[in-house]
Design a protein around this ligand. Structure first.
Ligand SMILES: *Cc1c(COP(=O)(O)O)cnc(C)c1O
Length: 422
């Protein structure tokens, strides 16, 4: 196998610069909590390929299901010649998402595609144009989802013009909104919608129950239920974008459950496929079924190999009780993070979706320079961590839910060293 250095040299002549990587080592193998690079170096994995490998890399059931499916058939297109596993994945989405009402589901390839389809469905069902999104939101990189995403650099810079009829309102961000309660922050958002858009024009409100790229922002209690209640009253569709928070990541199947919110539609992807690309939209039957036959779909959506992987990943989540595992990771990591976080930093998150937001001493001024330095020190010491946040000052931790206590503790040790010295 060529060394990382050799591959990296070839890369700049072959791979577009716009596609960048966090580290410059190239992976040869990965498992449940570690990666090995082509130079034989082992990394502790606190990234899970951005909250994807919740069941670990190459989880045994996923490997077996994929192998068996590949041998039988690889693709027929569900819109041409359907197969049972697509139906079974939709049944799982219906069963696992909050809300005991009648539901339907549809499958796609990526998170962005799921969000686009949720908006299509909501607009079609309501006959209204406006889409409400929040400060710090991340919903993807396609044209519509770039417009839904808040942050300009790197996601939107010079990629416009963007889709119209998208309105951004203030989020509940306890560290940065002067300590508004959930209901107060909701009122602020709702007033903005009423004044600037008008409830009767709103097709859909799209929100991450805990924001991902935007900084692992956990809204104050009561914020999500108040926004959902407003949407219901206004006849607008409430969409929970659970692409990062879903599938056991926060210690429950979906993060909406922590606040007993029952979204009209849920978008899923990332953790759902055990590493294979698959996404879904699931929710109220009357919304989903409003769209005419042929109005939704795509060549690869719900590909049979991805469906086999998703069914195996979900089975693994049930069998190993990965919700309990995520809560166990929280119980082990949260106190450790509180102990090692620098003065003034905020430690937050749920389950195995935890973060430290770094600020300059005595202020809430973001310290992105130090954040980058700490992440780099972690990488140098063999711990794969990611940063996020509108201000680039949040270290985020997304270990696979099957990570061992030894790997977890070793990762925390490296992190403690980096926080102390970088
Ligand atoms: C990652 C992510 C997306 C986009 O998913 P892709 O599969 O990268 O298109 C959308 N919403 C949220 C909350 C995400 O974390």
């Amino acid at each position: 196998m060529p060394s990382s250095e050799e591959v990296h040299k070839r890369r700049s002549a072959a791979v577009a610069r716009g596609v960048s990587s966090v580290i410059s080592s190239y992976v040869s193998d990965a498992g449940g909590g570690t990666l090995t690079d082509v130079d034989g170096r082992e990394w502790i994995d606190f990234a899970s390929g951005i909250a994807v490998t919740n069941v670990g890399n190459s989880a045994p059931r996923v490997v077996e299901a994929v192998r068996a499916q590949v041998e039988r058939f690889t693709h027929t297109c569900f819109m041409v010649a359907p197969y049972e596993s697509y139906v079974a994945v939709c049944e799982q989405l219906i069963e696992l998402t909050p809300g005991s009402f009648e539901k339907r589901a549809a499958l796609f390839n990526s998170g962005a595609e799921a969000v686009e389809n949720a908006v299509k469905i909501a607009r079609h069902a309501t006959g209204r144009p406006a889409v409400i999104v929040f400060d710090h939101a991340y919903h993807g990189r396609t044209n519509l989802t770039m417009a839904l995403t808040a942050k300009s650099m790197p996601y939107k810079h010079r990629f416009g013009p963007f889709a119209p009829e998208i309105y951004r309102v203030p989020m509940s961000y306890p560290l940065r909104d002067g300590g508004l309660s959930g209901p107060e922050a909701a009122l602020r958002a709702i007033d903005t919608i009423e004044e600037q858009v008008g409830g009767a024009n709103v097709a859909v409100v799209v929100i991450e129950p805990i924001q991902g790229e935007g900084g692992f922002v956990v809204p104050a209690p009561g914020f999500l239920p108040a926004i959902a209640a407003w949407a219901k009253g206004a006849g607008a569709v409430f969409v929970a974008d659970e692409i990062q928070t879903g599938f056991c990541r926060t210690g429950s199947w979906f993060a909406s459950e922590h606040e007993s919110v029952e979204p009209d539609l849920v978008t899923t992807a990332k953790g759902m496929g055990g590493g294979l690309p698959i996404a879904g939209v699931v929710g109220r039957a009357e919304l989903m079924d409003a769209v005419h036959a042929g109005g939704l779909g795509g060549t690869y959506g719900g590909n049979p190999i991805a469906c086999a992987a998703a069914l195996a990943a979900i089975e693994t989540m049930r069998e190993l009780d990965l919700n309990a595992a995520a809560r166990g990771i929280e119980a082990r990591m949260l106190p450790a993070l509180e102990r090692i976080a620098p003065e003034g930093a905020e430690v937050r998150g749920r389950g195995a979706m935890l973060a430290v937001e770094l600020v300059k001493p005595g202020t809430i001024e973001p310290d992105s320079v130090r954040t980058v330095r700490i992440a780099k020190a972690c990488h140098d010491a063999g711990l794969l961590v990611l940063t996020c946040g509108t201000y680039g000052n949040v270290l985020r931790f997304l270990p696979p839910l099957v990570i061992g206590e030894r790997e977890l503790d070793r990762g925390l040790e490296i992190l403690a060293g980096a926080l102390l010295h970088a």
